[in-house]
Design a protein around this ligand. Structure first.
Ligand code: RB5
Length: 150
């Protein structure tokens, strides 16, 4: 069974819950790392980091993060080695994020994207395959940049 690790802050909680239900309907195993409610304001790095860490270490291949705009979670997730987080708000970009960029974390803005579109984005990203070839060469170049930091 495909496995996805998911988290949000308070601003992404409602959309995160909907995406979670949708993933379950698709037969995907979901590991939810919070937040559990939108009642209290929390800091998105506290919830995004555990997801990015698991993907970075290769423990889980795919993650989904939701905050208000998606910007904070994307900035955060892309600090982690081996993470390619894509902030997506349309179906075309969702397809390209996988086909060309092999994005292993999908980020959506809970205050930007409606539930129906978020479901389409999620399905497209999950079902699209990486094209490899020249796109792999480009990802290798990104990996070189990552290695230079160490
Ligand atoms: C929280 O108000 C908001 O700043 C956060 O959800 C996110 O949009 C940050 O990028």
């Amino acid at each position: 069974m495909e496995k996805v690790v998911i988290a949000s802050d308070h601003a992404g909680h409602e959309l995160k819950e909907d995406i979670k239900e949708y993933l379950k309907d698709l037969g995907v195993e979901v590991i939810d790392l919070g937040v559990d409610s939108e009642d209290k304001s929390v800091d998105y790095p506290d919830y995004g980091s555990p997801v990015a860490e698991r993907v970075s270490k290769g423990e889980i291949a795919k993650g989904i993060l939701v905050c208000g705009t998606g910007i904070g979670m994307s900035i955060l997730a892309n600090k982690y080695d081996n993470v390619r987080a894509a902030l997506v708000s349309d179906v075309y970009t969702a397809r390209m994020a996988k086909e060309h960029n092999d994005a292993n974390i999908l980020v959506i803005g809970g205050r930007i994207v409606g539930k129906g579109l978020a479901r389409e984005i999620t399905k497209t990203w999950l079902e699209t395959r990486f094209e490899g070839g020249r796109h792999q060469r480009r990802l290798d170049k990104i990996h070189e940049v990552e290695k230079k930091k160490q």
